[in-house]
Write a protein of this length. Structure first.
Length: 242
């Protein structure tokens, strides 16, 4: 059974369906409950079960409630995909404190609260995958200080939680650092800026696809990666390899 946060759209929705296709029942979590119904229908179409839980991961109590709802529904908690996130594209000199804090509250602190809640209920052999970003590893094409800082912090958190839980609890913790994929979030970046950046930085000179990210998530979530923990896996067309 897998829990996917930020599952209402974008990468998260794709991850949920990919995990169902790989054989997992899925708990869908997001703040926008109305948009979870479509994703739930896609999961059900694969023959797997799903439930939807409205969740704001910035609230630790809601993270605990989500984890408990997952176990109540399916009897176990095997995989957490820590995908909920948001970003801003504001020059640092103009970014307001509340806006910066909100990004960290969701992307970094929310990831921590959710991992805590999951680890309390997971059994040995479980997997947590934190969805970071290639912008944790390289400079962005547009001002994104809060987003980049939060994703870099998530990679640091991944290493620490892996050190704490891999041996003692048998829970693997890894991070996926996707490159640019055509999603709602990347659509907010000016196309000419993004096209020029990808063309100059990506060794493959193209955007990534949802299915390429799905394959990486399924790998990290499954026993296929049993000897992988504490690692940031960059799936970014070679951007971070420059």
């Amino acid at each position: 059974m897998a829990v996917v946060t930020g599952a209402s759209s974008g990468l998260g929705a794709g991850f949920a369906v990919a995990l169902a296709e790989a054989g997992a029942d899925v708990v869908l979590a997001a703040r926008r409950a109305d948009r979870l119904a479509d994703v739930a229908a896609e999961v059900t179409a694969t023959g797997r079960r799903s439930i939807s839980v409205t969740t704001d991961v910035a609230d630790p109590d809601q993270c605990t409630a989500l984890a408990e709802a997952a176990v109540e529904a399916f009897g176990r908690f095997d995989v957490l995909i820590n995908n909920a996130g948001l970003g801003t594209a504001v020059p640092a000199i103009r970014e307001r404190p509340d806006d910066f804090r909100r990004v960290l509250d969701v992307n970094l602190m929310g990831g921590y609260w959710m991992a805590q809640a999951a680890a309390r209920l997971m059994q040995s052999g479980s997997s947590i995958v934190n969805i970071a970003s290639t912008l944790a590893l390289i400079a962005p094409p547009a001002p994104q200080a809060a987003y980049a800082a939060s994703k870099a912090g998530l990679i640091g958190l991944t290493r620490d939680l892996s050190a704490q839980w891999a041996g003692r609890r048998g829970i693997r913790v890894n991070a996926l650092a996707p490159g640019y994929v055509a999603t709602e979030m990347t659509a907010e970046v000016l196309s000419q800026v993004l096209d020029g950046f990808v063309g100059s930085r990506s060794r493959l000179q193209r955007l990534g696809t949802q299915r390429e990210m799905d394959a990486a998530v399924v790998f990290l979530a499954s026993p296929a990666s049993n000897y992988v923990t504490g690692s940031p896996l960059a799936v970014d067309g070679g951007m971070s390899g420059h």
